[in-house]
Design a protein. Structure first.
Length: 136
């Protein structure tokens, strides 16, 4: 999957799932823990798309930050999404520690904002690659 159009198509599928998650959240107000876990799952899916595109091997059970660490090796521009990945894990950890008070004022909205930022950065990165396939 090194063709730019294939990678964009895969990212568009994930983006559609992110938007469906946002609609589901708006319609039924998912519990925050469920939203965070779903968001982490979508972020992991996005990073897996990029890892396959860059031919970087990763463990099938790798979690979000491990996927990011694999992606960033040799390509420091991926540091751009580091804090987004860490933010999602922070939300999970706050909920696990029963520290909802440490979350931002509108955590549901921030989860969706964070996912959309990751989608936007990844898609923009792929679309800007030259036709010779550098990095994708």
């Amino acid at each position: 999957m090194t063709d730019k159009h294939d990678v964009v198509a895969e990212l568009e599928k994930v983006s559609a799932r992110v938007e469906a998650l946002a609609k589901r959240q708006a319609a039924s107000s998912l519990p925050l823990a469920e939203l965070v876990e779903a968001g982490i799952g979508e972020a992991e899916a996005m990073l897996r798309v990029m890892l396959r595109a860059e031919h970087k091997p990763y463990a099938s059970d790798a979690e979000l930050l491990d996927l990011w660490k694999t992606l960033v090796k040799g390509a420091p521009h991926w540091n751009t999404i580091r804090d987004n990945c860490r933010e999602l894990i922070y939300y999970r950890n706050c909920l696990a520690a029963e520290r909802e008070d440490a979350l931002p004022a509108q955590p549901e909205r921030m989860v969706m904002h964070t996912l959309r930022h990751i989608v936007l950065y990844l898609r923009s990165h792929v679309e800007q690659q030259d036709s010779q396939g550098d990095h994708v």
